[in-house]
Write a protein that binds this ligand. Structure first.
Ligand code: GDP
Length: 531
C-alpha cells in the first residue's frame, strides 16, 4: 500500500489544473495553443483553431457550432511540461457562454485571467472573475497583446482594483506601450527581456541582466524609454503592494505578467512562474468533511454533461473531476446520489482534443465518462471506503428568459421529458410562473445560444417543435426566506413570481431597479442570485 500512497502523492503534486478566463478576442485560443506547444502536445501553432473547425464538423448536434464557427466541445487538454502534468480546462466563451463556462471553474484549482492590454477588464472577464472569487482560488493575470499599443500599466492595475476589487503585483513591467514595444523588465531577476518582433516564438528571447538604472540598459533602450522605466520601477517598488504568496493563494493578490501570446513573448516565463506558484489539487469540502487529494480512497464529482459528443452513438459524456485516490479503467465506484455501485468501463481523457482511453488518473484530472443517462451535474462518485458527498454545484444566474411551449400541444409529454432532461444536464433552467393556467414554462439561460441549442435538441431528440417567446427579464433571484409567501410582497408590475424545479420561489426581474424596489419595500426579504 505504501507504494500506492507514494505514487498518489507524486502524481497529485505534479498536477496543475486551471482554467483561462477572458473576454472573447483577448487571445485565449492563441495562448492555449502556445502552452500546448511548449508541452509538445501539438506541433504546429494554429492547430487548435483548425481542429475547432474540422474535427467536429461531422456531428449533427454540432451544426450550430459549425455554422457559427464556435466550439462548444473542446473541454480539457492535458499535457506534460518538465515534470508537471497540466490540465487546462476550456471555458466556453463567445455566444456559447453558458452555465458550463461557470461550472468549469468549480473544477479548476486556479485561473489564468487573460486581458487584452488595449481593452482592459471586459464584461465576460468580470462575470468569470466573480465565480473564482467566490471559490477563493488563485488568479494569475496575463496582460496580452503588448506588441500593440496598450493602456498604461498603472491604469490597468487600477482597473483590476476598482472593477474587480483585487490588488495586483506586476511580476514584470512593459517597456514601450505606445505601439513601440521593446520588451519587459523582469522584477524578480532584475533582467530586461527584449522583444524580438513578430517571429512567432521561433527564436529565443534575448535578455540582459543588470540593475534597472545600469548604463547598459540605457544603451539598450535609448534614454527616453530607460528614464521612464527607471521612474516606473521606482514608483512600483515604493508604492506598490509587496509580493505575498499567501495572498496569491487565497485569491487576494494577483500576480501580473505582461506579454504577447501571438508573438510568443513572455509566455514561457509566465508558464514557468505560474507552475511554481499555482497550487496543486487541494482539499475539497464534502458533506462536512475535508477530502484529502492524497488519500488512497477514490472520489470525484460530475461538473458537466455534454450530449452526443460522438455522432455515431447517442451518448452523453459526463465530465468528472477527480478529487482523491487513483482512478483505474473499469473500476467500480459508488454513485452516491443513485445509492448504488457502478462500473466505469469507458473512461476517456482529452488530450488537445483527441479522445483517448484513460488507464489511470489522479486528483486534478478530468475524465469523461460514458453516461447512459444516470448522472446529474453535481453527483459524487467514490470508493466504498469513502462515502462522501461533495457540496452541490451552484446554479448560476440566468440572464436570458423565454416562455417556451410545444408548438403542437399533443406533444406535451415529450416536451416535458425533453425539458426535464436538459435541465438535469444543466443546459437550461426551467421555471413555472405561479398561479396561471397556461402550459408554457419559463426557461432561463446563462447564454442566448442556449435557446438555439434547446430548439435544436428538442426537435432532433424528442421530435418536438417549440414555440419560443423571448421575455424581457434579465435576472432571477431566489427568495431565501422559506416561510415567506411571495404573493404578499410589494413588487413592481413587471416582476414575475415563479418556482424552480425544486419548487423554490424565484423572482424574475427586468432590471436592478426593480430588485432594489423589492428589497426596499419588503423589509427582511433576502434575495440570492446563485441558488
Ligand atoms: P479568443 O477569442 O480569446 O480565443 O482569442 P484568439 O486567440 O482567437 O485571438 C483573437 C485575435 O487576437 C486573433 O486575431 C489573434 O491573432 C489576436 N491575438 C492574440 N494574441 C495576440 C497578441 O499577443 N498580439 C496581437 N497583436 N494579437 C493577438
Amino acid at each position: 500500500m505504501k507504494q500506492l500512497k507514494d505514487e498518489i502523492i507524486y502524481e497529485v503534486n505534479r498536477r496543475k489544473t486551471f482554467a483561462i478566463i477572458s473576454h472573447p478576442d483577448a487571445g485565449k485560443t492563441t495562448m492555449t495553443e502556445k502552452l500546448l506547444l511548449y508541452g509538445g502536445a501539438i506541433r504546429l501553432a494554429g492547430s487548435v483553431k483548425a481542429r475547432k473547425a474540422s474535427k467536429y464538423a461531422v456531428s449533427d448536434w454540432m451544426d450550430i457550432e459549425k455554422q457559427r464557427g464556435i466550439s462548444v466541445t473542446s473541454s480539457v487538454m492535458q499535457f506534460d511540461y518538465n515534470d508537471y502534468c497540466i490540465n487546462i480546462l476550456d471555458t466556453p466563451g463567445h455566444q456559447d457562454f453558458s452555465e458550463d463556462t461557470y461550472r468549469t471553474l468549480i473544477a479548476a484549482d486556479s485561473a489564468v485571467m487573460l486581458i487584452d492590454g488595449a481593452k482592459g477588464v471586459e464584461e465576460q472577464t468580470i462575470k468569470l472573475f466573480h465565480v473564482c472569487r467566490m471559490r477563493g482560488i488563485p488568479i494569475f493575470t496575463f496582460i496580452n497583446k503588448m506588441d500593440r499599443a496598450s493602456k498604461d500599466p498603472f491604469e490597468l492595475m487600477e482597473e483590476l482594483e476598482n472593477v474587480l476589487g483585487i490588488r495586483s503585483f506586476p511580476m514584470n513591467w512593459p517597456i514601450g506601450i505606445d505601439g513601440d514595444f521593446k520588451g519587459v523588465y523582469n522584477r524578480k531577476l532584475s533582467q530586461i527581456e527584449l522583444f524580438g518582433g513578430g517571429n512567432h516564438g521561433q527564436t529565443a528571447v534575448s535578455s540582459t541582466i543588470g540593475k534597472v538604472d545600469d548604463k547598459i540598459f540605457a544603451d539598450l533602450l535609448g534614454e527616453h524609454y530607460h528614464k521612464r522605466l527607471c521612474e516606473e520601477i521606482e514608483l512600483l517598488d515604493m508604492a506598490g503592494d509587496e509580493f505575498d504568496k499567501k495572498k496569491v493563494l487565497t485569491g487576494e493578490l494577483t500576480p501580473i505578467f505582461f506579454g504577447s501570446a501571438m508573438t510568443n513573448f513572455g509566455v514561457q516565463p509566465f508558464l514557468e512562474e505560474f507552475l511554481l506558484m499555482a497550487p496543486s489539487p487541494g482539499i475539497r469540502p464534502a458533506s462536512g468533511i475535508e477530502v484529502d487529494p492524497e488519500s488512497e480512497s477514490f472520489s470525484g464529482f460530475i461538473f458537466k454533461i455534454q450530449a452526443n459528443m460522438n455522432p455515431t452513438h447517442r451518448d452523453r459524456i459526463a465530465f468528472m473531476r477527480i478529487c482523491s485516490g487513483r482512478f483505474g479503467k473499469g473500476m467500480s465506484v459508488y454513485h452516491v446520489q443513485a445509492g448504488k455501485e457502478i462500473r466505469l468501463s469507458q473512461p476517456q481523457q482529452f488530450m488537445a482534443q483527441e479522445r483517448t482511453i484513460v488507464e489511470q488518473a489522479y486528483a486534478g484530472d478530468i475524465i469523461g465518462l460514458f453516461d447512459p443517462g444516470i448522472f446529474n451535474i453535481g453527483d459524487t462518485l467514490c470508493g466504498n471506503d469513502l462515502k462522501v458527498k461533495f457540496d452541490g454545484i451552484p446554479i448560476f444566474p440566468a440572464e436570458h428568459f423565454a416562455r417556451v411551449s410545444a408548438a403542437d400541444s399533443m406533444k406535451r409529454k415529450q416536451f416535458l421529458k425533453g425539458i426535464t432532461q436538459l435541465s438535469e444536464e444543466g443546459a437550461v433552467q426551467a421555471f413555472k410562473q405561479i398561479d396561471i393556467g397556461i402550459e408554457a414554462l419559463v426557461i432561463g439561460a446563462v447564454g442566448a445560444l442556449q435557446f438555439e441549442v434547446l430548439e435544436h435538441r428538442l426537435k432532433k431528440e424528442y421530435g418536438v417543435d417549440l414555440r419560443i417567446q423571448h421575455l424581457p427579464y434579465k435576472m432571477a433571484r431566489w427568495i431565501s426566506n422559506e416561510e415567506l409567501d411571495p404573493r404578499k410582497l410589494s413588487l413592481t408590475s413587471s416582476t414575475m413570481i415563479a418556482t424552480d424545479k425544486l419548487d423554490r420561489y424565484v423572482l424574475l426581474f427586468e432590471n436592478e431597479w426593480s430588485i432594489r424596489w423589492a428589497e426596499e419595500r419588503n423589509k427582511g426579504l433576502i434575495l440570492t442570485d446563485i441558488a
